[in-house]
Every structure is written in structure tokens, then in C-alpha cells.
Design a protein around this ligand. Sequence first.
Ligand code: PGA
Length: 260
Amino acid sequence: MARLDKVYLGTNLKMYKNIAQTVSYLKELCELTKDIDRSKLELFVIPSYTSLDAASKHVDFNLIKLGAQNMAWEDEGQFTGEISPLMLKELGIKIVEIGHSERRHIMGETDEMENKKVHCALRHGLIPLLCIGETDEQKSFGLSDEVLRTQLKRGLHGVSREQAERIWIAYEPVWAIGVNGKPASGEYAAEKHRKIRDTLVELFGHETGSDIPLLYGGSVNLGNSMELMQIHNINGLFIGRSAWDAHQFQKIINNVMSIT
Ligand code: PGA
């Protein structure tokens, strides 16, 4: 089955929800969405590190994939405060979020670091969910396309065509993310997703480049989710605040599934 026969819907819980809250959220989300055909939906949740263990014990992996918000690029060693891919695999984690804007812009991660993490995830059979996006300043200088192409070309440097078949990409304009974010217009998102798709085709050839799931993120909500999902080259949504209540997330999921 082609990867894009599915819709990709997921949430990053960031530094919210303790263990009990994460478990109850996941149980609720499993229950609310259990009747949706998973050959059409890839649903994923990315909790905090401390909740991953409990989450992995309570979630039905047939319904929801779990991801980690970050990962070291080495298997083990003197890396205080880092988490190894082996530790994530021990818990049944399938996805690793790499290069979220908060990692890049608050923690100072670079494209080179994201690239090492992408390779490490691929080496371990984890799905790298590489996040890219321009800042407000870069946008105002008319540099958005250059920034996106650079983040893709550097972040995916050395990735083979075969490996690219396991990658997911999230486009999250930095200015659209979080409480002060303003969602990208449908027109803007469409234009950037087309650029990203073209770059992926340039990097990996038509067949592979056209089949990489591209998710949009940044102030996605019930109101704009339908419009965004109707855009060509938007294959899924990566949601923060609007998905942190299971019932609210279910409404978005149902809406999106009703048009696919
Ligand atoms: P938001 O977060 O939906 O709350 O804007 C998106 C993200 O950071 O992935």
C-alpha cells in the first residue's frame, strides 16, 4: 500500500501532561478512535520522556504509534541528559521527532545535529519525523523557500532513496506555532508544501520523493483542519494545543476522515 493512502494525524505533548494525565489521555483517545480504519489513518502521540514508559504499557500500538520528542545521535556514551535510541526502542517507540522549532530555536540545535539524528533514527529502524520551518524574520526577508530547502538538504544529507521511504516531514512555520502563533493561510501552506515536495523529488527522485508524508503544523484547530487537509501535498496534520484534549482531537480526526 502506498504510504499516502493514509492520513497522518498526530500530536506533540511538549512539556505538558504528567504520567497519569498522559495515560488517561491515551486511553481516552484509543477508545474514542478505535472504530476508525487504521489502513486509512496513522494516529500518533509524542509524550514527554518521563511518560513514555507508562504510555507504552497502556497504549494499543495497533491504534496509536508513540514517538519521542528528541533523541541523541549516539547509542551510548558520555552524553549527560540525553536519551539513546536503544532506550526508546526498549519501550516500543516507533517515531522520533527531530528538529522541532523549539529544539532549534530555544535549545540551539543545528541542521547538522538534526542530520546526525536522522541517520541515527534510520539506523535503528525508527521513523524520523523531521520538522522544518522558517522564522517570521526569514519570511519577512523573503527567505522562506531558501530556508526550507536548506533545512531539507542539510537535514537529509546522505540519506539514500531507500531510507527516504521511512521518513516523515512536518512543515511548521515558526511564526505559526504556539500561543502567539497565527496559522498559515491555506494558500501559503499550499505554496510551501509544493516547494517542499519539489525539493524531496529533487533529492530522492519522483517515485520516492512523491511518497514521503508531508504534515502541516502550527496553530491547527478544528476550524482550519478541513481546509488544510484538502490541500494537495498536505498528507497530515501535526497538532499541538488543539489536540491535547482527547475529545477535541477526536472531532478534528472525524472531520478530516470525513473528507478523505
Ligand atoms: P500548536 O503547536 O498546534 O500548539 O501551534 C504545533 C507544534 O508545535 O507542533
